[in-house]
Write a protein that binds this ligand. Structure first.
Ligand SMILES: [Zn+2]
Length: 492
């Protein structure tokens, strides 16, 4: 919650690693965990005279990312040198894009909600974010300060990451709360994974985000000094860091101390942000067009081709699940939180013919089992056809809902099919009407008084007869058929 009378102004920058096999300007493999400096060549080492060659796949994936985020791909974009010195950047400049980015003018609608102190979402509502640009650039290498001999005396440089393709996604300062920023980053992550543009895994560092945060009095239209937050290793840490920063800045303004334009890091141990360095302005980088690369020209045919290869996007799929299968917004949203889960749902709903029960089973039973076992949907022992078979059996009334849930748990742990588990557990019901008719006849003959009372108008006694039949069948009679047979015979 933001203190009354104040508002936060937040802009987001996301660096997403594009999921190519090789680097953006050379043929070195993009790999993590290998020997330091093993995936390097004269280009990514920045040796004099080496020339960059643009990786076509990086453009394909960049185009997918741009379209999925509602950006316009520019017909011509220009690579530029961003000049700065750092040991992990041996060329002395990073190849990026500046005034002619790959894509611009994005309008992205996300769903967002504030959360109560326990983290529960209140009301989800749509919010449109302006994404100013997504440009393409190369990543730098890594300076290593730990885990190697004599790190107190030396720093090490690993250039395996140097030249990895990145899309940098920059929004307008549209966010007014930490939860809006949180929902935005999650939206971007999911969409990038969904279209295969990036693995977008923050823990592995292939999606990194920075937040530019300032505060101002409600009603003001100018901006106060902003702070750039870095080192945000998870979306949750990012949200906490923004929240802390908003409060810190309001207090700094109110005390008259003011806010310094600087870069701050999130310190998870102490739950606070701390100063990293004062912020450089853009002109310090002395951008100029990269002379070793032609301007990048993209045709309308290329964009059409990329569009035709893209899967249906999660929001469109959510709306379709709601209209085609009659699902609620909440259920459909949860199903499209994961592409595999959404596909699993459609397969189950189609094969079982019951979209409602399929959603219930998947969102409660299946997700719980997957969670407990640490398995992904793709490796679920209960495949979509197997679950559909169980739901069909449940639909015939041969087993009860609770029995079906028990069967599902057993199917998950043993890998057996529904009919196998039902047989094993003795859940098989008596669905043979002639057998049930025989039991009903016996019950009617043995309870003359109740039969007379029922026929005289005491319809409440119907439950008594159902109970008697179920008891006589040791609970195995199909309740649907019992009801039908009893109604016919008692009315007669
Ligand atoms: Zn290389």
């Amino acid at each position: 919650m933001i203190k009354a009378g104040w508002e936060a102004v937040i802009g987001m920058e996301i660096h997403a690693q594009l999921a190519t096999a090789t680097k953006i300007f050379c043929g070195c493999a993009v790999e993590t965990g290998g020997q330091p400096n093993s995936n390097t060549c004269p280009v990514c080492l920045g040796l004099p005279g080496a020339l960059p060659v643009l990786n076509r796949r990086a453009i394909d994936l960049g185009a997918r990312a741009a379209l999925a985020l509602g950006l316009e791909i520019q017909e011509t974009s220009v690579f530029a040198r961003k000049n700065y010195f750092y040991p992990d950047l041996p060329k002395g400049y990073q190849i990026s894009q500046y005034d002619r980015p790959f894509s611009a003018n994005g309008m992205l609608t996300i769903m967002t909600s504030e959360r109560d102190p326990s983290g529960r979402a209140s009301e989800w509502r749509p919010m449109t974010i302006h994404i100013e640009r997504m440009h393409l650039e190369e990543d730098a290498g890594k300076n290593v300060h730990e885990g190697l001999p004599d790190v107190d005396k030396y720093s090490y440089v690993d250039l395996n990451r140097a030249g990895t393709p990145l899309g940098e996604i920059v929004t307008a300062p549209d966010f007014r709360s930490s939860w809006q920023a949180y929902d935005y980053v999650n939206h971007v992550r999911r969409v990038l994974q969904w279209v295969g543009a990036s693995d977008a895994d923050m823990e592995k560092g292939n999606l990194r985000c920075e937040a530019n945060v300032s505060v101002r009095k409600v009603g003001e239209t100018t901006f106060n000094n902003k702070v750039e937050l870095k080192n945000l290793n998870s979306v949750r840490f990012m949200q906490k860091a923004i929240e802390f920063e908003i409060e810190r800045q309001i207090a700094a303004h109110e005390s008259g101390e003011g806010v310094t334009q600087e870069t701050r890091l999130w310190d998870e141990k102490n739950n606070q942000t701390r100063v990293m360095r004062s912020k450089e302005d853009a002109h310090d980088y002395r951008y100029f067009p990269e002379p070793d690369l032609q301007p990048l020209t993209v045709t309308a045919e290329f964009i059409e081709m990329v569009k035709s290869e893209m899967p249906e996007l999660p929001d469109a799929m959510r709306d379709r699940l709601m209209s085609d299968y009659g699902l609620s917004f909440a259920d459909a949203s949860q199903l499209v939180s994961d592409k595999d889960l959404a596909a699993y749902y459609e397969e189950t709903a189609t094969a079982s013919g019951d979209s409602r029960v399929s959603a219930n089973f998947i969102l409660s039973e299946l997700l719980r089992e997957l969670n407990n076992s640490g398995k992904s949907v793709g490796s679920s022992p209960v495949t979509a056809p197997k679950l559909a078979e169980l739901i069909k059996i449940l639909g015939t009334g041969a087993i009860t809902n609770n029995q079906a849930k028990e069967v599902m748990v057993e199917m998950f742990s043993s890998g057996s099919t529904a009919p196998e588990v039902i047989k094993e557990k003795g859940f098989e019901q008596i669905s043979d009407s002639s057998a049930i008719e025989k039991i009903v006849d016996e019950i009617i003959a043995g309870n003359e008084g109740q039969v007379t009372a029922y026929r005289g108008g005491n319809e409440k006694l119907f439950g008594f007869f159902v109970g008697q039949v179920m008891k006589a069948s040791q609970g195995k009679a199909n309740p649907k058929i019992v009801n039908e047979v009893l109604k016919t015979k008692l009315s007669g």
